[in-house]
Design a protein around this ligand. Structure first.
Ligand code: NOJ
Length: 593
């Protein structure tokens, strides 16, 4: 056995753990979770009815995607009132009822905080756009633009939005352009204006005063833009580069185009000012004791000095790989944990494999043959790595992406935009453009939760058309009720493993040390907290693996596995793990801590 080269993170005594360090989070996309009033749209009464389910599943905290009033150009990420509840989701009373019912069950609630932009229908923007002299004019990013050779007014530069072409929208009324990194219906706020900060911190306090437990911060990298507004020295647009990317034939070509796409947004992302802003927000949130801030960002910078910016930042690099291989996971952990350790010993990782913007785990990390086993491994990875796991609704029953077959079914405007752009700009035939857009649109991973094998999967009553089509695979076992009744189901595996983790403190607070770092087919590591040392082996291969273990003179007792009869067998210094086996064993201590 090769020894572990590095041990990351000292164990943390149980009583020093913050709730968000030991919690397992579960993301709810409110439009798609449960339709309580039968209008085809998920809502708070629906979520409240499902809290017992979530408690029984074994999660500890909910991250709720935006529940605020919104014209829904970006499925709720275009907010028109930061201090209210979208009428289709319920009333403020429904919200507070939901919050107290969640808290009563020991489930924390974290909201989504969209700082970069508002809806174009938000009263702030309505005011701002109404005249150049409006006191709120400077709350958004306005610009006169330039003149071309013929004297025509054109946008200030060649910057693109990430969703819908140019980043500048011309406004007839005042003959200026406003900037939007996302859709044109999502104008960027001007965060250099202190009044914007005060108004947003006021909204942040509003929900914390009601008792919510923190925020997931949307798209923080996009908040500031390079003040010089200089052009990119590259004529290709983001849409053209993405088109090239899709048509690229080699991995190298794709890599090259990917870096050009990154370059094509580099003046609009991660600009100076962010860290001061995050520190300011942290100060506000610190007034509320234990509240947590979780950043939607790749880089570790947003942990600040470990204590003055965000508490958690998603480990997105882990999931941005075509396959989860042992080598990739090891590399990711090495990078991530070493990076965190370099900031401060207080930093804490946050791992996830799926969300409302990415393909479902079953599709992304399946191989079409062993999808079920690979889905089990994905959960096992989340629950055994060091850090806070964040799960996505429906992954516990193996929900899969749904490829829409008619453009009229699309709700995600980015997909609709892409469909039309494929046809108009690149002359792609409509049926092919539809397939491309169906693979690209985030609608595919946002379909209604599948509760049972009845009409509409039990999401909405029979005869009602849900806001997005239900994936028909609810009728072949991909639903909660059937899986609850089936002992070998993915859902029961989730329930079992979540319970196991809760009772195994080394997995929650222990250090992490990789072992057998040359193994191509399996991942092995040790999690250790004072009273407990756990060996974790995840076999990513369809072949059994003979593994030599060298924990001299210490008993090795399996305490969790997805293989029948494993937990009763004591393990000697050699073990054969089965194909796709998940094994957790206690070393030198037969008790789970
Ligand atoms: C990131 C969110 O996760 C995504 O759904 C949204 O479209 C953009 N930010 C813009 O808010």
């Amino acid at each position: 056995m090769s020894g572990g080269s590095m041990i990351f993170g000292s164990e943390i005594p149980n009583h020093h753990l913050k709730w968000w360090q030991s919690a397992v989070f579960y993301q709810i996309y409110p439009r798609s979770f449960a339709d309580g009033d039968g209008d085809g749209i998920g809502d708070f009464p629906g979520i409240i009815q499902k809290l017992d389910y979530l408690q029984d599943l074994g999660i500890d905290a909910i991250w709720l995607s935006p529940h605020f009033p919104s014209p829904q150009y970006d499925c709720g990420y275009d907010i028109s009132d930061y201090k209210a509840v979208a009428p289709e989701y319920g009333t403020m009373t429904d919200f507070t009822h939901f919050l107290s019912e969640a808290h009563r069950r020991g489930i924390r609630v974290v909201l989504d905080l969209v700082l970069n932009h508002t809806s174009h229908q938000h009263p702030w923007f309505v005011e701002s756009r109404s005249s150049r002299n409006n006191p709120q004019r400077d709350w958004y990013v306005w610009n006169d633009g330039r003149r071309d050779a013929a004297g025509n007014q054109i946008p200030p530069n060649n910057w693109d939005s990430t969703f819908d072409g140019t980043a500048w929208e011309y406004d007839e009324l005042t003959r200026q352009y406003y900037y939007h990194f996302f859709l044109k219906q999502q104008p960027d706020l001007n965060w250099r204006n202190p009044a914007v900060r005060q108004a947003m911190w006021d909204a942040v306090r509003f929900w914390l005063d009601l008792g919510v437990d923190g925020y997931r911060l949307d798209a923080i990298a996009t908040i500031f833009e390079h003040p010089s507004l200089i052009d990119y020295q590259l004529d290709l647009t983001v849409a053209q580069l993405r088109h090239q990317f899709r048509n690229a034939s080699t991995q190298d070509e794709r890599k090259q185009i990917h870096s050009l796409i990154e370059f094509r947004h580099s003046l609009q992302l991660r600009q100076p000012g962010m860290h001061e802003l995050m520190q300011e927000l942290r100060t506000v949130v610190n007034e509320y004791g234990d509240s947590v801030l979780i950043g939607e960002e790749d880089t570790l910078d947003y942990y600040g000095d470990g204590d003055n910016e965000l508490h958690l930042v998603f480990n997105f690099p882990l999931m941005r790989n075509e396959q989860l291989t042992p080598a990739w996971i090891r590399y990711n952990q090495q990078e991530r944990l070493a990076g965190l350790a370099a900031i401060s010993p207080h930093t804490w990782p946050c791992n996830t494999l799926g969300n409302h913007d990415s393909p479902r785990i079953f599709n992304q990390f399946g191989d079409g043959v062993h999808d079920f086993q690979l889905a089990q491994l994905s959960l096992a990875l989340m629950l055994t790595l060091r850090g806070t796991p964040v799960l996505y609704y429906g992954e516990e029953i193996g929900m899969t992406d749904l490829y829409l077959e008619d453009i009229d079914q699309f709700r995600d405007i980015t997909g609709i935009w892409q469909y039309h752009n494929e046809i108009q700009e690149f002359g792609t035939p409509a049926d092919q453009a539809l397939r491309i857009a169906a693979g690209y649109t985030r609608d595919k991973c946002r379909t209604p939760m599948q509760w049972q094998n009845t009409a509409n999967a039990g999401f909405s009553p029979a005869g009602i058309q849900p806001w997005l089509p239900v994936n028909p695979n609810f009728a072949s076992g991909v639903n909660v009720r059937d899986q609850l009744n089936q002992s070998g189901s993915l859902l029961n595996f989730y329930r079992g493993m979540l319970r196991f983790r809760k009772n195994t403190s080394a997995l929650i607070r222990g250090s992490y040390a990789p072992i057998h770092e040359g193994a191509k087919e399996y991942l092995a590591f040790i999690r250790e907290a004072d009273s407990q040392k756990c060996l974790v082996i995840l076999n990513y291969s369809a072949a059994p693996q003979d593994i030599l273990l060298d924990f001299t003179h210490q008993p090795i007792q399996p305490i969790f596995s997805n293989q029948a009869n494993r937990v009763t067998e004591p393990v000697q210094h050699q073990i054969q793990v089965k194909p796709y086996e998940i094994l957790v064993a206690a070393i030198g201590n037969l008790q789970a801590g």
